[in-house]
Design a protein around this ligand. Structure first.
Ligand code: COA
Length: 236
């Protein structure tokens, strides 16, 4: 590992540049457990690649005990990974993380439990993953994406997108707001239930209209419902 020291210098400089809370290089070097975990990982990954699997696993467990961050030694990590706060971060064996990625505390780059082989996500360069977000399965999060805190991402995310929610859905792409025109696009069981209830209500309105021979006069729509009706093509 000839470059380890220069990589450490680069990691520290990166944090000093990007974290407003960082006061000095010495503080970053001594106190940022996210960096300590990455440095341990570089060593463990080297051991893993040299088929010293058990030693690599034991040292990664020791790193987990010391930092609260679990990175499997098989994971491929790019340069300048910044794990901010870090507690509870889990990175699986076949995960690939690009350069200049930021992960906050509680992030999981995990498997769904249904796949074999490459079963953890690929995170491309310059992605920010918010606190507690779960990115699961052999999916790819494209360059320059932002994943909202608490999201659960189960599908590929195209470059330059912002994803939020459970399950995660795109709200910004290439800097523009993405309007969901059909609640089913969110692929959320609750949305489907709401969509089918809305369809039923529509049918009933039409039926009542037919029976009464005039337009049904109901309560005025609530403000939030009005906003949905204006924003989306999907008609409730
Ligand atoms: C996803 C994120 C990057 C979006 O930031 P942004 O581009 O400034 O977007 P906005 O704050 O304008 O939010 C846009 C919409 O998404 C919603 N939203 C934002 N973050 C969300 C989240 N994590 N989960 C669900 N919805 C979210 C907002 O309520 C808003 O909805 P609306 O337009 O219907 O009112 C940001 O909210 C986020 O989660 N960052 C992670 C920060 C983090 O984890 N910090 C840890 C520090 S310790």
């Amino acid at each position: 590992m000839p470059h380890l020291l220069s990589l450490i210098r680069e990691d520290v400089a990166n944090v000093v540049e990007h974290d407003p809370a960082a006061k000095s290089r010495l503080e970053v070097f001594l106190c940022y457990s996210g960096l300590h975990a990455v440095w341990f990982h570089r060593m463990n990954h080297w051991l893993w690649n040299h088929r010293l699997f058990l030693l690599a696993r034991m040292l990664s467990q020791a790193a987990r005990f010391l930092t609260g961050i679990e990175i499997h030694p098989g994971a491929k990590i790019g340069r300048r990974l910044f794990i901010d706060h870090g507690l509870g971060v889990v990175i699986g064996e076949t995960a690939i993380v690009g350069d200049d990625v930021t992960l906050y505390q509680g992030v999981t780059l995990g498997g769904t439990g249904k796949e074999h082989g490459k079963r953890h996500p690929t995170i491309e360069d310059n992605v920010v993953v918010g606190g507690g977000a779960k990115i699961l399965g052999n999916i790819t999060v494209g360059k320059n994406c932002r994943i909202g805190a608490g999201s659960v991402v189960l599908r590929n995310v195209p470059e330059h997108s912002t994803v939020v929610g459970v399950p995660g859905h795109i709200i910004f792409r290439e800097g523009k707001r993405v309007v969901i025109t059909d609640p089913k696009q969110i692929n959320d069981p609750l949305s489907e239930a709401l969509a089918s209830v809305a369809n039923e209500v529509n049918k009933l309105r039409e039926r009542v209209q037919q029976l009464e021979g005039s337009e049904v006069k109901g309560e005025p729509l609530s403000e939030s419902l009005q906003r949905i009706m204006e924003d989306v093509d999907y008609q409730i």
